[in-house]
Design a protein around this ligand. Structure first.
Ligand code: ADP
Length: 329
């Protein structure tokens, strides 16, 4: 669906994207995270053909966009919707007119434009706001208008650039639910760029982290959060967890899909009460929840405890007192 291969992009002499490889499958919701300035928006603009790049390939729906002439590029962009943090609505136009705008550019007949815009505004829950102006709407409502507008030309792909970053957490959730409905009901592939981990955890099945202009990690969201690679810890922060003398620290990750609480019961039974919980966290992801526990166990029991975890499908890592765990649990 979207294949980015060895993409390199600079502004003047400054490298912004280095050797980017990404494969977003049809129908998935894929998240890209990274610090501000990491190159996320630039990558989106390379994917929809708004930015040129020095080397590498961007292939969307089997089309290598480097080979497109102006007319073909216009047709290509038609199939890619985009929403932004600042909504990008025209302030003097009504909600209905804003949504009809892309169809106007493509010379859709007036009756069709109106019908389609009304349908989409009903879909995003704004059937009663057709005649309102953007300044009369809340941030969440403005983003709903932007989503309706992005859907008018029936795109295959929706690119979301920090689409919820200007919204409060409750409104963010409602916008994410709407995007999930759009993904499921219309089969639209969604590529989300965000710095908000909650967005990634809630809606994305796979993710990539961009650090230092490169993709540092790619994988299923739950796998990345369970593995806690250094790039993730850099983004979310971490605290150091130590074990006192004679104790060892064990990090235990429990997936709902491989036993969950039953496995934990087996581990606790094995430890016969000789453990303490230093930190515990339950995370809910788009398709799965998992628990992350940090335990102090007797140092001499560490090896057998690790073995017990392995037997019951529990992922674990042991830490010596000299090298503390760095977790966000
Ligand atoms: P992000 O979306 O991750 O915050 P951007 O893709 O917006 O990052 O920007 C990546 C880097 O490229 C930044 O250092 C930014 O200043 C620079 N940049 C972005 N757009 C331009 C431009 N049009 N001209 C020059 N530099 C740019």
């Amino acid at each position: 669906m979207i294949k980015v291969q060895n993409l390199c992009k600079s502004y003047k002499n400054s490298r912004v994207l280095s050797d980017i490889n990404l494969h977003v499958q049809r129908g998935e919701i894929f998240g890209i995270v990274g610090q501000s300035g990491a190159g996320k928006s630039t990558l989106l603009r390379c994917i929809n053909g708004l930015e040129s790049f020095e080397s590498g390939k961007v292939i969307v729906n089997d089309t290598d966009i480097a080979g497109l002439n102006e007319t073909a590029m216009r047709q290509f962009r038609r199939k890619i919707g985009m929403i932004f943090q600042n909504f990008a609505l025209l302030n003097r136009k009504t909600v209905l007119d804003n949504v009809m705008l892309p169809m106007e550019c493509w010379h859709y007949p007036q009756v069709e434009r109106r019908k389609k815009a009304e349908e989409l505004l009903a879909l995003v829950g704004l059937a009663d706001k057709l005649g309102s102006l953007p300044h009369e709407l809340s941030g969440g409502q403005k983003q709903r208008v932007a989503i309706a507008r992005a859907l008018t030309l029936e795109p295959d792909i929706l690119l979301c650039d920090e689409a919820t970053s200007a919204l409060d957490p409750a409104i963010t959730q409602s916008i994410l639910e709407l995007l999930r409905d759009v993904n499921r009901q219309m089969g639209i592939t969604i590529l989300m760029v965000t710095h908000d981990m909650a967005v990634i955890k809630t809606i994305c099945t796979r993710m990539a982290i961009i650090t230092g202009n490169r993709i540092a990690t790619t994988g299923r969201v739950s796998d990345v959060f369970l593995a806690e690679p250094a790039e993730l810890r850099e983004l979310v922060g971490y605290k150091e967890i130590y074990a006192p003398a004679g104790r060892s620290l064990l990090r235990v990750a429990l997936r709902e899909s491989v036993g969950g609480p039953a496995s934990l019961y087996e581990l606790f039974a094995f430890l016969k009460g000789d453990f303490s919980i230093v930190s515990a966290n339950i995370e809910q992801f788009e398709s799965e929840s998992y628990g992350l526990l940090y335990l102090h166990v007797a140092a001499e029991q560490l090896e057998q405890t690790v073995h017990c975890c392995q037997q019951h499908g529990i992922e674990c890592s042991a830490y010596s007192p000299e090298s503390p765990a760095r977790g966000n649990g």
